[in-house]
Write a protein that binds this ligand. Structure first.
Ligand SMILES: *Cc1c(COP(=O)(O)O)cnc(C)c1O
Length: 351
């Protein structure tokens, strides 16, 4: 990629604006008495604003990922990073983004909120990137962002790295690779390409493999220049103190590999059991913590599971006959399998 000029892509108002400067931005370091942020002194816990730059957390995360802290943007879930990317790079009513359905629904929602048109280029029948169908759209300068999701939600598969690389070389806008599930298939990550490709943004989250969905922490890994653009427009205190503290502890604890191994083993067990059942049309190969399973009568399976107090995700609109089943604990998975087996029995009368 020659001569990448990030500022060409940034919205002019974002380049021109003066970012908010918080009390914590204007005074760094330690003091005895803090009378600069209108905080309440009569509590010893949580009365102070969080570190707006998330310094300690970024250091710890950088170490774990083999990156520099300035290559990491942290947000209130990766959904915040997605929204900020729209706001930083897409002029409402003018610019467009490319997505590859069936995929994660938030890209479209965020686009709609920001009044940005979405061009949808479907994945191939194997749920891989249709590079040839995307390429003609590379010419149009209004196409600012291209969303890829690997492993993809809801299909579960990694995208071929050669295809991602071809797109990074050809697309003049930003390529966002959403790696929400990559902890389940670390070899599939593109994170170590951010030094090579200034137009690459890798999205990560603590909501899935790390098991911390309730804390809301997501990351965008990218060039320091791009991270700086997102930092300009983020709400100053977007990651709260409790989240910063608990995620730091989780990083020290380092239990993620152990949990990932258990989930992967259970995923194999669930897939094998399902493959032996009648009326199961297809189990898509998964690199994530869920299986997309196609049933002869997915709607009935969904409702019958619901009656047994088991909720899965109906994805029939994205993938015909498809239910997305998250891998649970061994006991939960056993109960699920038992229920599906009952529901799918040839003499089971569907009601
Ligand atoms: C779950 C998920 C996310 C996570 O979003 P958070 O806001 O970090 O919880 C992002 N992308 C995809 C594809 C997901 O499935």
């Amino acid at each position: 990629m020659n001569e990448f000029d990030l500022n060409r892509l940034v919205r002019p108002n974002v380049l021109a604006m003066q970012p908010y400067s918080s009390a914590r931005d204007e005074f760094e370091g330690e003091a005895d008495i803090y009378l600069d942020a209108n905080e309440n002194p009569f509590r010893s816990n949580w009365n102070r604003y969080p570190d707006p730059r998330q310094g300690k957390l970024k250091q710890a995360l950088a170490k774990r990922l083999g990156l520099e802290a300035k290559q990491i943007f942290l947000g209130n879930g990766s959904d915040e990073a997605i929204d900020l990317l729209f706001r930083a790079f897409c002029r409402p009513g003018l610019d467009r983004v490319l997505t590859c359905p069936p995929t994660y629904g938030m890209y479209k929602v965020s686009a709609a909120v920001n009044d940005v048109e979405v061009l949808q280029i479907r994945l191939t029948s194997q749920f891989q990137i249709d590079v040839e169908a995307l390429e003609p759209h590379f010419e149009d300068e209004r196409n600012k962002l291209l969303f890829l999701c690997s492993p993809n939600n809801p299909t579960g598969n990694l995208m071929a790295k050669e295809d991602v690389e071809r797109i990074l070389r050809g697309f003049p806008g930003l390529v966002l690779v959403d790696e929400a599930y990559v902890d389940f298939a670390p070899e599939g990550s593109c994170a170590n390409w951010i030094d090579r490709f200034p137009n690459l943004v890798v999205l990560r989250t603590f909501s899935k493999a790390w098991g911390l969905a309730g804390l809301r922490l997501g990351a965008a890994l990218a060039s320091p220049a791009l991270v700086a653009v997102l930092d300009r427009i983020k709400p100053p205190y977007n990651v709260n103190s409790l989240t910063q503290q608990l995620v730091l502890e989780a990083l020290k604890e380092n239990k993620v590999e152990e949990m990932v191994a258990k989930i992967r083993a259970e995923r194999t067990r669930v897939a094998i059991s399902l493959s032996e059942m009648p009326r199961v049309l297809e189990i898509l190969p998964s690199d994530a913590n869920f299986l997309l399973v196609r049933f002869e009568n997915a709607g009935e399976v969904f409702r019958s599971l619901r009656e047994r107090s088991i909720v899965v995700r109906d994805r029939c609109k994205q993938v015909p006959d498809g239910l997305r089943i998250t891998i649970g604990t061994p006991a939960e998975n056993s109960r699920l399998l038992h229920a599906i087996e009952q529901i799918l029995q040839p003499d089971y009368s569907i009601h």
